[in-house]
Design a protein around this ligand. Structure first.
Ligand SMILES: [Zn+2]
Ligand SMILES: [Zn+2]
Ligand SMILES: [Zn+2]
Length: 611
């Protein structure tokens, strides 16, 4: 989508893969339509309402895992061509964003209506999440880009290369949630430095090769030609020059590389004198003369006679040099005239409407001078549960579990600014920092939350036992959140005491609970010191030891734990838990960690619900 040809391939060398914390505490505009069409065929076939599933997990990831503040943007009235291309893509179920957008005929009115309904569903979900959703006048990526160029957001998430034409400074083309560098970013500054292209150059290229609004562009001009052509102009003159050429007014060939010396030479050299060369060695002179007097270029040292010229021999005498430059110049001028002629031949080129659309910087129905109108509200959890039970037929406990990272992020942010004695999701209180966890090279804290209502009269965990779990562990099993899903949070049960574990950003936890973090760090230092003394002993059986330590506590995704804040039914939980623990007994810690993947937690959940 966006500029035709292999435009993204052209930009690819200037991509920067940014790390895990790149978007933390930053605002980012999300082209919602593009997210919706990006669902994979695999999900599409196995999930009901794949677009809602995708938006659900991506939003939570973006907000909680990456700590960003997303602003979602939906299309207003996109150009018919673009709408068609998008919808066709949605129903094809896969994208190849580098290919020329194909407007497929036969996108029916019903399909169009259905797609708009999908978008509307997503907007409803996002609004329940408390996310700001803006409506563009036309293209969503246009408003994303405008928000970016006016400094309201730091980046745009879209795979539509048009965003640069609309003024975007940083475009995040794709996000791979489970990788060391999840964000594929393109900065207009890098594109300018690398290719010498500014915004209006890019607009010119899109006019020449085609775009979503004029699929064909100029007949016979491909991306390579367009690139070479626009590079000859400055940003200020390029669009005006296209107009001039469109009217048949071909400007002088502006290529400095050749004009300087070649032009001067061609004036000097008239009248031309043909200079003869030796057919054997290729040097100035002739074979006959060289035979008599030997060639001054060949005959260095004691070799007599000419040396046969190698294949591809280039004579460097001033005559040949000049000759070559003139030919090159001629070839270049011919190319220039050919391109200009093609442009002149194109009717109604360049299209002023399209140019105006790209440069107008007026794409939104939002009060531009009132940025504070963009705000993030507390998610309406119970309504989200109802909404997703209805649309996706998910179990409420599962939905609550999956939303929790978002709530804990908000909770920690609130605690950091105005510490109050409130509970997370009205039921969990900060207990401690469980351990440091390293995912993809980035450390985070695993925060231990205690379910407030269960804590009454229940077993408290002795300190030493806590220590056992505060190991730094590399996360090996990353495979189950391939579909943007997350294994965060988890349940941790120690001797009948329930804890919730969430992965949180270290700085955020520190600013919310500075004393607790300092305490944790001091303890950790002490432990590390102790460990250092006995390291030789530990190194042998450390794996085994770790396993046995881990089995003291069990990490299970028992989603019965995630009840509505309103529900206070806790009677049978202890029994069920005991049953469940028995059924899990005997496994290694690794198996138990795996047990938190979706399949098993479902059966566990069923058992708990029926019990
Ligand atoms: Zn010779
Ligand atoms: Zn020679
Ligand atoms: Zn020569």
């Amino acid at each position: 989508m966006g500029v035709g040809g292999k435009f993204w391939d052209l930009l690819k060398p200037y991509a920067k893969n940014e790390g895990f914390n790149h978007l933390r505490d930053k605002r980012v505009a999300v082209d919602l339509s593009f997210w919706i069409v990006q669902h994979q065929t695999a999900i599409k076939n196995h999930t009901r309402a794949p677009h809602l599933r995708l938006i659900f997990f991506r939003t939570i990831n973006l907000f909680a895992k990456f700590g960003a503040f997303p602003v979602f943007v939906v299309d207003g009235t996109p150009s018919p061509l673009k709408a068609q291309a998008r919808i066709a893509r949605f129903y094809r179920g896969s994208i190849d964003s580098s290919s020329l957008p194909v407007a497929e005929e036969g996108v029916s009115v019903e399909r169009n209506r259905e797609f708009l309904k999908f978008v509307q569903n997503c907007v409803e979900l996002l609004e329940l999440f408390g996310m700001p959703v803006l409506k563009a006048k036309g293209e969503a990526e246009a408003l994303c880009a405008q928000l970016n160029s006016e400094g309201h957001v730091d980046a745009c998430i879209t795979a539509d290369s048009d965003a640069f034409l609309f003024g975007a400074k940083c475009v995040i083309k794709s996000i791979t949630p489970n990788s060391k560098e999840p964000f594929e970013c393109y900065y207009i500054s890098d594109i300018e430095a690398g290719l010498g292209l500014k915004r209006k150059h890019l607009i010119a290229i899109s006019l020449l090769v085609g775009n979503d609004h004029d699929l064909n562009g100029v007949q016979g001009i491909g991306l390579d030609t367009a690139l070479q052509f626009v590079q000859k102009f400055s940003e200020d003159e390029i669009l005006k020059s296209l107009h001039d050429i469109g009217y048949g007014d071909t400007p002088q060939c502006l290529d400095l590389k050749y004009t300087d010396d070649a032009r001067v030479c061609s004036n000097e050299s008239s009248p031309k004198k043909k200079s003869s060369h030796c057919s054997f060695c290729g040097h100035p002179g002739s074979k006959r003369v060289h035979f008599k007097f030997s060639c001054e270029f060949c005959n260095k040292g004691d070799i007599d006679g000419c040396i046969k010229k190698p294949v591809g021999f280039k004579c460097n005498c001033s005559y040949c040099d000049k000759n070559r430059k003139e030919k090159e110049q001629k070839r270049h001028e011919n190319w220039w005239i050919k391109v200009c002629n093609k442009i002149t031949m194109e009717s109604n080129f360049p299209n002023d409407e399209i140019i105006e659309m790209y440069i107008c910087d007026n794409h939104g129905q939002f009060p531009a001078n009132n940025v504070s109108s963009i705000s993030w509200q507390i998610p309406k959890t119970d309504m989200i549960v109802d909404f997703l039970v209805f649309h996706l037929h998910w179990e409420p406990s599962y939905i609550r579990q999956m939303i929790l990272p978002m709530l804990s992020t908000i909770y920690l942010r609130e605690m950091a600014t105005t510490p109050v004695k409130a509970l997370l999701y009205e039921q969990y209180e900060f207990h401690s920092i469980h351990r440091v966890k390293i995912r993809y090279g980035y450390p985070s804290y695993v925060v231990k939350w205690k379910k407030a209502s269960y804590s009454v009269g229940s077993y408290t965990v002795p300190d030493e036992e806590c220590d056992l779990h505060q190991e730094e562990l590399m996360e090996a099993n990353e495979s189950f959140d391939l579909l943007d899903e997350s294994n965060n949070p988890q349940i941790h049960v120690v001797d009948g005491c329930w804890f919730l574990l969430t992965d949180e950003n270290m700085e955020l936890v520190h600013s919310a609970f500075p004393k607790e973090v300092d305490g944790f760090l001091q303890d950790k230092e002490l432990r590390d010191l102790k460990r250092g003394k006995t390291s030789s002993l530990r190194s042998e059986g450390s794996n085994k030891k770790l396993e046995s330590q881990k089995s003291v506590g069990v990490q299970l995704s028992i989603t019965e734990f995630y009840r509505s804040a309103k529900v206070q039914n806790q009677g049978k939980l202890g029994e069920d838990l005991a049953k469940n623990l028995n059924s899990q007994g005997g496994g290694t810690s690794k198996e138990k960690r795996k047990a938190s993947s979706a399949n098993l937690s479902k059966s566990t959940r069923r058992r708990l619900f029926s019990g």
